[in-house]
Design a protein around this ligand. Structure first.
Ligand code: FAD
Length: 418
C-alpha cells in the first residue's frame, strides 16, 4: 500500500468543498465570516431556525429591552457585509438530524444537505419551569429578539414584575425593568445572588446595588406554583406560603444546551457537545463552538461550557479555522461582563475557594477589584466599574507573572507598574 492509499492520508488530502454550520447566532455568524476571511471559496451553508441574520444577544437584556436600541442594532454584520460572504443562508430552517455515515444534515422539512465539515453552533434555550399553574400564566424568558420585544412593553411605571432567578439574565432584566420605573421583586432559591459564578463579596455588592435601586430581592425563596387572579394579574406562589401578585413573570433560571442533535448522532456529550482544543467533537468532521460546546478549560482545570459573548466569538473563529485544517489551540481565559444600573462588572478567569483573595479599592466607592492568587500569581480577577485595572489584570493572568500582593492591594500603585 503506498502512502496515498492509506486511509488517513487519503482523508487528510480530501478536498473540503462544503461546510455546513448549524445555528446562526453569534457563533454561527463568526464561523461563517471566518471561513471566508481565511480564504475558503467553497460552499458555506448557514442554517438558523430563527428568522434573523446572526446577531449578538447581550443588548437584548439591556438596550433593546429598555427600548433604547432597535433589534437590528444587534446584527453581527451590516447587510452588505453579510451578503458579501455569499453564503447559502437558510433562515427559519431547522436541522432535525445528522447522518454521520452519509455526512448529511437533514432539515426538519426533509431537505438533506451534504457536508465535508459540520460546525455545530446551536447554542442553548432558556430553561422552563414545570410547577402547578405554570400553564395558567405567561412565563417570559429572555433569549431571543422576540422575547425582548414581548417583555419590553410591560416594563413601565405602574407595572410590577417578578423575576425568578437571581443570576445574570434575571439581574439584568431586574435592573432594566427598575430603570424603566416598574416595581421589581427578584426571587432566588440560593442564599446569595449569582451564587454559581461569583464569590460571596460580589454577591453582596450586587444585593446592595439592587436594594439601593428599590428592587426587592428574596433570597433562599423557593417558588411552589403560579395562579391567575380574577383581575388578570399573575401570582407567584412561594414555598413559605406567601404570594406575589404581578403584571409579568420572568424566568431567568439558566440555559439548556441545544445538544440533542449531537446526542442523537452518537457524539460524546456531557451537558453540551464535548470538544477538544481544536474544537473537534468525537467525530473529526464535526466541530462545535459557543454555548453548546463543552471543553476542558485550563484556567478552571475541568470541563466547562462557557456561556459568554467572548467564547461565542473566539471559539467559533477557532472552530472555523480548525475545519479548514489550520492549527488551532483554543484555551481561553474566560471573560464575562454584565451591565446593571450603569454598573459594569467584569470577570477574568475562574475564582476558586483555594485562591488567596486580595482586594484593591474600596467597595463603598462602587469601584474595586478582587484578585485571586495562587503562589503570588493572579489566577482570576473580578470587579465592578474597574475596566482599566481589569485589562491590566488580564495581561498579568495570561503572562502568569508573580506580583507583590501588598502592592497589588494599594490603589496608589498603578497596575501598569506590575
Ligand atoms: C439576554 C442575554 C444577555 C446576555 N448578556 C451577556 C453579557 O452581558 N456578557 C456576556 O459575556 N454574555 C452575555 N450573554 C451570553 C451570550 O450572548 C451567549 O453566550 C451567546 O449568544 C452564545 O452564542 P451562540 O451562537 O453559541 O448561541 P445562540 O446565541 O443560542 O445561537 C444559537 C442559534 O442556533 C439556533 N439553533 C439551535 N438549534 C438549531 C437547529 N437544530 N437548527 C437550526 N438552528 C438551530 C438557535 O435558535 C440560535 O439562533 C447574554 C445572553 C443573553 C440571552
Amino acid at each position: 500500500m503506498n502512502a496515498s492509499e492509506r486511509p488517513e492520508v487519503a482523508a487528510a488530502a480530501r478536498p473540503i468543498s462544503t461546510i455546513v454550520i448549524a445555528g446562526a447566532g453569534q457563533a454561527g455568524g463568526w464561523a461563517a465570516q471566518t471561513l471566508r476571511k481565511e480564504g475558503f471559496t467553497g460552499r458555506v451553508v448557514l442554517i438558523g431556525d430563527e428568522s434573523h441574520p446572526p446577531h449578538e444577544r447581550p443588548p437584548l437584556s439591556k438596550a433593546v429591552l429598555s427600548g433604547e436600541a432597535l433589534p437590528e442594532s444587534t446584527r453581527l454584520m451590516k447587510p452588505e457585509a453579510f451578503d458579501a460572504l455569499a453564503l447559502d443562508w437558510r433562515p427559519g430552517a431547522q436541522v432535525g438530524r445528522i447522518d454521520r455515515a452519509g455526512k448529511l444534515v437533514v432539515l426538519t422539512d426533509g431537505t438533506a444537505l451534504a457536508y465535508d465539515k459540520l460546525i455545530l453552533c446551536t447554542g442553548g434555550r432558556a430553561r422552563r419551569i414545570s410547577l402547578p399553574g405554570a400553564d395558567k400564566v405567561k412565563l417570559h424568558t429572555l433569549r431571543t429578539i422576540e422575547d425582548a420585544l414581548a417583555l419590553s412593553p410591560v416594563l413601565t411605571p405602574g407595572h410590577s414584575v417578578v423575576v425568578i432567578g437571581g443570576g445574570w439574565i434575571g439581574l439584568e432584566v431586574a435592573a432594566t425593568a427598575r430603570l424603566r420605573g416598574a416595581e421589581v421583586v427578584v426571587v432566588e432559591t440560593q442564599s446569595r445572588l449569582c451564587e454559581r459564578t461569583v464569590p460571596a463579596e460580589i454577591s453582596e455588592h450586587l444585593l446592595a446595588l439592587h436594594g439601593a435601586q428599590g428592587t426587592r430581592v428574596l433570597l433562599g425563596a423557593g417558588v411552589s406554583g403560579f395562579a391567575k387572579n380574577a383581575d388578570g394579574s399573575s401570582v407567584v406562589e412561594l414555598a413559605d406560603g406567601s404570594a406575589l401578585a404581578c403584571d409579568a413573570i420572568v424566568l431567568g433560571i439558566g440555559l439548556v444546551p441545544n445538544d440533542e442533535l449531537a446526542r442523537e448522532a452518537g457524539l460524546d456529550c456531557d451537558g453540551g457537545v464535548l470538544v477538544d482544543a481544536r474544537c473537534q467533537s468525537s467525530d473529526p468532521d464535526i466541530l462545535a463552538a459557543g454555548d453548546v460546546a463543552v471543553a476542558v478549560n485550563p484556567w478552571a482545570g475541568r470541563r466547562l461550557r462557557l456561556e459568554s459573548w467572548q467564547n461565542a466569538q473566539e471559539q467559533s473563529i477557532a472552530a472555523a479555522r480548525s475545519a479548514l485544517g489550520l492549527a488551532v489551540d483554543y484555551q481561553p481565559l474566560p471573560w464575562f461582563w454584565s451591565d446593571q444600573y450603569g454598573m459594569n462588572l467584569q470577570i477574568y478567569g475562574m475564582p476558586m475557594p483555594t485562591h488567596r483573595v486580595v482586594r484593591r479599592g474600596d467597595p463603598a466607592s462602587g469601584s474595586f477589584v478582587l484578585f485571586y492568587l495562587a503562589d503570588d500569581v493572579i489566577q482570576a480577577a473580578i470587579g465592578p466599574n474597574a475596566a482599566r485595572d481589569l485589562r491590566f489584570a488580564r495581561r498579568l493572568i495570561e503572562q502568569r507573572k508573580p506580583v507583590d500582593p501588598e502592592r497589588l492591594a494599594d490603589s496608589n500603585t498603578p497596575m501598569s507598574k506590575f
